[in-house]
Design a protein around this ligand. Sequence first.
Ligand code: TRP
Length: 370
Amino acid sequence: MQHVSIFDHLGGQLGRLCQVLGIDPETPAELLAGILGRYRDRPLSEPPVWPSDIADDHSPVEFSVAYNDTERPSLRILAEVSGTQPGVIENMSAAYAFLADRSARFGLSTRRLDAVRDLFAVERPHGDFGLWCSLVFRAGHAPEFKVYLNPQIAGPDRAPDLVGEALHRLGLGASYRAMLAHAVRPGEFGRADRLAFFALDLHDGPKARVKLYLSHYDAEAADVARAAGVVAGIDPAEIVQFCTSTGGPGPFDARPLVGSYTLTENADRPVGYSVYVPIRSYVANDQEARDLVAAALSRHGFDPALLDRAIAAVATRPLADGVGLIAHASLRLGPPRPGVTVYLSAEAYEVSPPARHRQPRLDPLRRPAA
Ligand code: TRP
């Protein structure tokens, strides 16, 4: 019997998603093969080469479908590249090599990344990742690349200054201070409110963004609504409505709510905000998650039928038989493209069994150590 490889599994899902979204599958498949690199033919029956935190089952890739007001939904891949000897530093080097190899062909600009890269290059990394890549596919456009760096890489105590220095170098210090003044609950910076990701677009257009992500442990929807208030024109009620309609009334004491701030030059505060609800921790199974997300999509003017086709492209099981296929639901507010994003797990290695009810409270010990 021929074995099924990780590329067979992920490539099949990717190809079907491209078909659903009207995207030419050739370049996406090629890039996926590049991400998997030397491991592309590894049989699925073998454990993952590296316990990536991209997904609960350590699949190295997570898909997402981003609905937009002005154009067809885009398809995105969040991915971790694994090095020859997988490890945080080795994976980071492998990711840099992956990007360098594609830089000329896809016209990547690493100007911002080069300006801050040394800050994230530590000898003894903390946490479980150094650099993740995101690829965005829009019908009729060249793929766009983004990187996610780990603000905690030099240790939790260093994260605020590390990010402060990185943003200062990029001319975004004022936006950072404005964000901190609003987004963090009093006394909780580095505790219940933590810097989670530092993301950069790898292009150099006027709209190139830096995004900063905060995880809010044990938060209420009102906490993230207040956090979003630093961005002009955001309706806090819309944020509360999105969080509670997808994740329930709160408190969000299983996986944390996450907020991201879009920072651009020539602004003294963030210009965009997104909230990410880890819906899988707040539903019993994926049928429930699907129904909640479909309702949220309709409320925002998007077609839920497309969601069902995207789910069918990825799922290998009935929705009620597990939880976590729909990992997050996110509401994006502000430029460049407001909308709703749905994150779909590849479930290459494992399906989480359905919960009887919403998931139990996260053991306080599972919070990252202070
Ligand atoms: N799996 C991790 C988590 O759930 C990281 C992650 C993947 C994530 N996609 C995400 C975090 C989307 C926030 C939003 O935390």
